[in-house]
Structures are given as C-alpha cells and as structure tokens.
Ligand binder design. Sequence first.
Ligand code: SDX
Length: 390
Amino acid sequence: QTGHTTLDYGFVNTASTKSDITYIDGDQGILRYRGYPIEQLAKNSTYLEVAWLLIYGELPSASELASFDERIRRHTLLHEDLKSLFSALPPTAHPMSVLSAATAALSTYYESESDPHNPEHVELNTVRMLAKLPVIAAYAHKKSIGQAFLYPDNSLGFVDNFLKLNFGVHSEPFEANPVMTKALDLLLMLHEDHEQNASTSTVRLVGSTGANQFASISAGIQALSGPLHGGANEAVLQMLARIRDSGESVERFVERVKNKEQGVKLMGFGHRVYKNYDPRAKLVKESADEVLEALGVSDPLLDLAKELEQIALEDDYFKERRLYPNVDFYTGVIYKAMGFPTRMFTVLFAIGRLPGWLAQWREAITDPQTKIGRPQQLYTGAAERNYPGV
Ligand code: SDX
C-alpha cells in the first residue's frame, strides 16, 4: 500500500489523532487531564473546574470559574416548545435515546448561531450544552418514572441543581444530601475525558465534516450507549442482579465467562487501553464504600461485585488477558444507592463525558490540519473481474 506503514502483523497503520488534552498510559494505569494526574484532581478539584481545564487548557482562576458557573446557570432553561418532544416519545424510551434526540433537536433552536468557525457561536454553544444536557437528562429520568418535570433552580450549584431536577417534586421542598453532591461531582469528573475512546472519536469525526456541536454531541451520545462502551455501567448492574437472582455461585458464573458461554462477558472488566487497573475504577471503588455507608445503604450487589473482582483478579484467564476492572465496574452500585434507575446510569456517564467531548470537538475544528474524517481501509475483497458475458 503506497503511503502506508504496515505494522509487523500486516495491518495498515491507521493515522492516530494528535491531541493535547488527555494522556493515558494503559500499562501503568496512568490518566492525566492536561498533565494533572486524575488522583490529584479527584482529591482537590470539581467537575466544573476540570471542565474548564479540559476546554481551555489551564486551571481557571477563581473569577474565571465563578463567571463560567454563572454563564452556565444563565443557560439552563430549555425552549418551552422542546418539552413537547419528550411527550412525543414512548414512555418506555431508553433515556439515552431521549438524550440524543433532544440534543439533536437543540440545534434546531440555534441554527443561526451554530457556525463552527465563529468563536462566539462555539463559546455560546459550549455553555448551552453544559447547561442544558443535565436538564434534558433529568427530563428523560422524570419521563421514565412518569413524574412532572421541574424547572432548573439557578440558586443551586451545578450538581445540586441536577439532583433537584431528578429527585425533587413540586409538592415537596428539596434539600440535596451533601454526600451525594460530593460523590456525584467526583463521578462526573472521573468521566470527563478519556482521549480517543469510541464516543469521543465519533464526536470528532462528525465535527470534522463541519457539523455543529449539538449534532456532534448527539452522535457521541449514541456511540456511548453501546454496552461495550458507556452502556457497560448499566450492563454491570444487570449482570450482578442476574447472578444474585439466579442463585448461581460467583465461581460458576466466572467459569461460564471463561467458557465464553453465549458470549457472556464480565461487564465492567477489560479495556482497549488499560491493561492494568483503571485508575478511575480505584477511585470509584473507594467512593462506593464511603457513599453507601454515609447514605446508610447496604447493597449486596456491592459485596457481590467485590467478590467477583477478587476471584477474577486471582484467575489466570483474566491475568493472562490483562483484564482488570474499568471505570464502569463500580459506578452503577453508587448511582443505584443515590436512587437513579439503572437505565439512567449511561446518561450520567454522558453528562460526565460532555466537557471532554466539547474540548476534543473544539480541538479538532480549530486545528488547521484537521481533514474530514475518513478512516483508512485495507481492501480484502474480490480482485477485478468481468460481468458475465462482458
Ligand atoms: C469504557 O476506550 C475507552 O477509553 C472507553 C472508556 C471511556 O472512558 O471512554 O474507558 C469507557 O467503555 C470502558 C469499557 C466498558 N466496557 C465493558 O466493560 C464491556 C466488557 N469489556 C469488553 O467488552 C472488552 O474488554 C472491551 C471492549 C472493553 C475491550 O476489548 P478489547 O481490548 O478489544 O479486548 P478483546 O475484545 O480483544 O478481548 C481480548 C480477550 C478476548 O479473549 P480471547 O479471544 O483472547 O480468548 O479478552 C477477552 C476476550 O474474549 N475479554 C473478556 C472481557 N474483555 C475482553 N472476557 C470476559 N469478560 C470481559 N469483559
């Protein structure tokens, strides 16, 4: 193949994406956002501060962060007409489908302000997405449980406003539990970016065609919904519940995974890049113990997850394949303890990932080297041949 380097296993080397945003060392289990280790950010920063860091490249000053927070609060309202989209969808609609549909619909309200090459439009729609995605997510949640939507409360911080939109009801006062606020802020932060994962690559690919942020993010949400990607956090809880309800021993389940029965996988385990413990999974596991204890929730599924992890980490099948818990393995147990329905778990992943999607989209469309996405192909089909009779 002219112009391609072929690697020792003969495949064409597809061009890799250049980025300044996130660094991962899969063998060492290292994750850094703009050079800052995830462990330090987890301990000292917040979701919004890290969102600024990912999007603008540096940690914000106190006044920059305050004005960022204020601008986001000013954009939390959805156009009133958009609410009718939610009633047009069936009550059984998966919240991820609702999230993607409503995000795509957002762009119909801002078509005259969505030129990807107009910095003001890019800035405005970055703030609009950060402000409105959590509201759309909460509406998807309320729709799925048949409860009335609430309006955002701009007197509250980002996470508390989101918790109120999800768990508040008109007839009752709402007070966010600070344990939940702190834990959810951490979980959202841990998901903010992860270099060129499938959904981020989707956002960059769609953005490379000149499509606007809303369209690109809507596509990224759909990519994230797959059970091998963001949908894994929902699939982990379903897997744990199935083991519990079946009465099957964990050891027996692990044997079925190793025998690859009907494609059974240990959801929440394995990773394209991490061949070591996912540093985010470590932080989530620590948080799980704290949150459940503080909320006074004891969940046998957490104990089951720990038992499953213990057995897998000691088993050669998983060790040989370098399979370790990833970010999705423990998050669901915490979301469940907070009161989120299982089908909202991947929606929470999407809100977490949004700043990374926006940062990566902006990096792609402002890079003069960016060409329209077109992954290279290795043709393995039929050689030239003639039509019968020709
Ligand atoms: C996320 O890319 C990102 O950064 C993603 C993400 C992010 O932040 O954006 O980190 C978020 O998506 C995390 C991953 C969530 N997905 C899951 O937990 C689903 C379960 N995991 C697998 O489907 C799998 O591990 C992948 C898809 C995540 C990674 O697959 P790989 O690296 O391509 O590994 P593979 O499919 O080539 O498997 C290698 C071997 C195979 O066995 P053999 O054929 O060699 O005998 O490991 C086995 C696989 O069968 N294997 C598993 C397994 N994952 C891989 N066996 C059992 N259970 C698993 N989970």
